[in-house]
Ligand binder design. Structure first.
Ligand code: F6P
Length: 523
């Protein structure tokens, strides 16, 4: 990778950053005309973002100073862009039509497994056990495309909370159940413990060889073999696939079983279309880049602490945790790749809910709260059900919320509205103050033609590449997650202590109190 000086420079020492800040501060909070970028069959409307020609020019100069072209190429070439773990983040390879041999081989094996299971009408139930990146993508895909009809039941078990595995197995016939253990590391405590419960559940039903009803998807096949599985039961991926980027790998095998291999193939081709767009479009028309730069302006310059995702499609409920993990695990960092503090705020908190439920839950805060948050509105132009009226109203709500956030409502407008409703002037003035909407609140509208595997694949890759660009500009490594790793280590130690082991390291007084109390009151 090209490592010219500015690539590694702290952001705030770059003159191009200061030029960008100046341009953002001077620009209007929305574009004068619709500002729409097309990518992966979607239209991405950035009109409600701070815009001026200088904003575009200074963003471009900043990206060039960060060696954007070389960095992007390094990502696609499988270079070790994950610098703290010295490995690639080569998820784009997983959706390449002609990938490297080992990827092609595993893709073929997973497909054959799904096809064979289908032709033999095997596995009426699938229990997918995995967490984080080994879970959310499969849940998202099944939620998005499993609504119509599925002959298999699919259950998800992620949380270590025993109620999760209890509920995940409840009511299923163990003889007709396949357990999919998805874990990149094959070390994650939650997944391994839940997998044990599933095995015991089969044994309790009289199944003498429960492991015959298990497959694993992992980047640590040796550990899966040591756990008792045959090579033929293990689908592998590689350490160069980050957990939150792994839906494109055999992690999707349970999705293939639940909603069909064509869905998996469609997702991959949509993501590939977005990869091509990201690789070849000029910066100013490059959707992931423009979304990334708008996000950086909102977070680091205009001081918005969070990003709201409002998908106006109830099939996309799991898109929110999916993007939450993608963005927050990737960008929740405060030091740059040299370990120096980044002196501007980085990755926002991501939260949301499908619209229109969201409107009746937190939109009041978005419209008139003191902080506000940028919103990504996501919608489909065409519905896949029979009730046109519902879809018209759904889209109307989406556009209306966005319009209110963008344009607001002045005191004069509110006053006029009150007077026209017959109020006295005194009452109208009093109430009008409560009806003012500040407006100028940023948002994006991402419009898919309809919810197809292709469009969902493109959407997910759009966010992946956006995150990559933001990592590049902030100068951080979006591909590690040391914060999560530390928590896992502490939890392992505390688990041992709760079971009676001596403390490995001193605790604070409160943690000590709770360990002692829980331990002493355990039956
Ligand atoms: O949540 C932290 C994390 O490390 C994620 O990055 C990963 O997706 C998840 O744990 C599960 O890890 P594994 O797939 O190794 O079980």
């Amino acid at each position: 990778m090209n490592t010219e000086p500015d690539f590694h420079k702290p952001l705030t020492q770059m003159p191009q950053w200061h030029a960008y800040v100046k341009a953002i501060n001077a620009a209007p909070r929305m574009a004068p005309a619709p500002r729409i970028v097309e990518a992966g069959g979607m239209q991405i409307d950035l009109t409600a973002q701070t815009y001026s020609p200088e904003v575009l020019d200074t963003a471009t100069a900043l990206l060039q100073a960060r060696n954007f072209n070389a960095a992007r190429q390094a990502l696609f070439d499988g270079e070790p862009v994950n610098t703290t773990e010295n490995r690639a983040a080569w998820h784009t390879q997983l959706r390449a039509p002609r990938p490297i041999e080992e990827v092609a081989e595993e893709r073929k094996r997973a497909l054959e497994f799904v096809r064979r299971s289908d032709s033999e009408r095997r596995w009426r139930n699938i229990v997918h056990i995995g967490i984080g990146g080994s879970d959310w993508g499969v849940r998202l895909v099944v939620g998005a495309f499993g609504y119509a009809s599925m002959w298999r039941n699919i259950r998800f078990v992620a949380n270590i909370d025993g109620h999760a595995v209890e509920g995940g197995l409840a009511g299923l016939d163990p003889r007709e159940t396949l357990i999919v253990v998805a874990t990149k590391s094959f070390k994650t405590a939650e997944t391994l413990e839940n997998a044990k419960r599933a095995i015991e559940w089969m044994q309790a039903a009289g199944i003498t060889k429960p492991l015959n009803q298990v497959i694993a998807v992992t980047a640590n096949p040796e550990a899966a073999q040591a756990w008792g599985l045959q090579q033929s039961q293990i689908f592998r991926f590689w350490d160069w696939v980050g957990g939150r980027f792994s839906i494109w790998s055999a992690v999707g095998v349970a999705a293939g079983l639940a909603v069909g291999p064509d869905v998996v193939a469609g997702l991959q081709s949509g993501a590939k279309a977005m990869d091509d767009h990201f690789l070849t479009s000029p910066i100013q028309e490059n959707a992931p880049v423009q979304l990334a730069m708008a996000g950086i302006a909102n977070r680091s310059i205009l001081d918005y602490g969070s990003l709201n995702i409002s998908a106006y499609d109830s099939r996309l409920a799991n898109l929110i945790p999916y993007i939450q993990q993608l963005e927050m695990e990737s960008l929740g960092k405060s030091v740059d790749i040299n370990g120096q503090p980044i002196t501007v705020p980085t990755g926002p908190a991501v939260w949301g809910m499908p619209g229109t439920d969201a409107q009746h839950t937190f939109f009041q805060w978005l419209h008139q709260g003191s902080d506000g948050a940028p919103v990504d509105f996501i919608a489909c132009q065409h519905e896949d059900h029979a009730w046109k009226e519902h879809h018209i109203q759904l889209l109307a709500h989406c556009l209306a919320q966005r319009e209110a956030l963008m344009n607001g409502k002045t005191f004069e407008q509110a006053l006029r509205e009150n007077m026209e409703s017959g109020m006295s002037e005194t009452d109208a003035r009093k109430l009008a103050k409560h009806k003012v909407h500040p407006g100028g609140r940023p948002s994006n509208l991402i419009m898919m033609p309809s919810l197809t595997p292709f469009s969902l694949g493109a959407l997910l890759a759009l966010y992946e590449h956006k995150v990559f660009v933001q990592g590049l500009v902030w100068g951080l490594n979006p591909f590690d997650q040391w914060g999560v790793e530390y928590g896992k280590v502490l939890a392992t130690d505390i688990t041992a202590e709760l079971k009676g082991a001596a403390a490995q390291a001193p605790h604070d007084a409160s943690t000590r109190y709770w360990i002692e109390r829980i331990r002493s009151q355990m039956e």
